[in-house]
Write a protein that binds this ligand. Sequence first.
Ligand code: SAH
Length: 232
Amino acid sequence: MHFNILTVFPEMFPGTLGGGVVGRALADGIWSYNVINIRDFAINDYGSVDDAQFGGGAGMVMRPDALGAAIDSIEKPGQIIYFSPRGARLDQKMVRGFAGDAKNAVYTLLCGRYEGIDQRVIDEYNIMELSIGDYILSGGEIAAQVFIDSAVRVLDNVLGGGAESTANESFEIGGLEWPLYTRPSVWRGRNVPEVLLSGHHGNIERWRKQQSDEITKMRRPDLIKENENEHN
Ligand code: SAH
């Protein structure tokens, strides 16, 4: 999997993606990236890539000429994604889709700054808009790292536990994960639920399912509705 990353802050990459399992996958060549500094395509010697909004209003907008030149410099852009609060909201099902044909997948990730980018760039390149949630970030770089992290971690050979590690997680199981426990079995007078120490796999599985259902019903009833709709 390869990512072309368009940003005015190239030093922000790999950032969090350089550590942990995703960092190891990067070192192992399971995924790769290159950063294109949008400022290299600035319209003047001052490095300007943004300008005031037509129609007035506070805040700057990234210019289409600079962005277009930056995009055109990419040899194999693949699917182009612009991170934006207006985009479709990323969820685990979408992550699976993006990671789906991983072997050949190339994505170009456009990280916005200021108030965002000129609409004509989105129209010209038929760019997909993706949001990582209903809040406003100061730039798309964190969103790009969220996108890469979530897509890479479901690829083969990234997590130690293999397919099971990703299949057993929140959202993948149709709800939220059950409570987790490890050693010591007693900590500050708090015991690990008896059933988990019993070695009885059937009972453990039933307990986890029941816990997961309860937590999901309480915290995210919307996920249950989603599943019911899918199965009908
Ligand atoms: N004026 C915009 C917000 C701009 S925030 C609006 O009202 O919708 C600046 C940049 O941060 C955006 O161009 C986008 O690339 C990024 N960004 C902010 N919030 C985001 C979110 N929830 N998901 C993905 N990207 C986001």
